[in-house]
Design a protein around this ligand. Sequence first.
Ligand code: SAM
Length: 257
Amino acid sequence: MHVDVVTIFPDYLTPLELSLVGRARRAGLLDLAVHDLRSWTQDVHRTVDDTPYGGGAGMVMRPEPWGAALDELTAPGRPPARLVVPTPVGERFDQAMAQRLAVEPRLIFACGRYEGIDQRVIEHATSRMPVTEVSLGDFVLFGGEVAVLVILEAVTRLIPGVLGNAGSLDEESYADGLLEAPVYTKPPQWRGHEVPEVLRSGDHGRIARWRRDQGLRRTVTRRPDLIAKLAPEKFDKKDIAVLQAAGFQVSAADMAE
Ligand code: SAM
């Protein structure tokens, strides 16, 4: 996957050299370039912002540097790309969106600052390329850089070859619409707390059922909205019993045999 990030703070993206994202880059699985928006300015002060039309607090990012940056990054001969614009007014980021972005051949991220980017940049880009405005959640950050770090970390781990054991993706929270069961490692006893016996039993059938039950219980108590989104036929009889014991009603007529 090719990724370009445009920002006025390129140093903010240096963590992308570390850990598994850094390793994916070195392995050639992720080709990432970070660009300074100010390199597309024309004036001596390298200005990227101005006062908002209509008044109000704060500054707005001017369209010209963004236009020049996107023109250059999408010039003929460059691979086609999707523009990803972090913004609190965007579609909420989740694992499903990470999966959609992970299969794109090329992403260009536009990091806003101040009160955001002049809306005409997004309008114009939409006429030339696919654009996704994406929100990390119902809060406001200083800028899009942290959002890009989050999105890229979630996306990179879905790129084939990045994780040594791709099977771990199938068992993670959200993979099947449920939160993951609790996890444990050695020692078997620690400060009076024991690893559940079933996980040490070697009985793969019991372990799978225990994990499923724990995932269901966690999800129904912490995120009942996720359970409500799952089709009833996703649940077997044992699932239904666990959900009902946790106080969640699923119609017996709907459940899978
Ligand atoms: N004036 C904007 C508003 O009220 O919607 C907030 C702008 S915010 C201070 C500056 C930049 O931070 C945004 O352009 C965006 O790039 C980023 N940002 C802030 N909150 C975000 C969020 N929840 N998700 C994604 N990006 C966010």
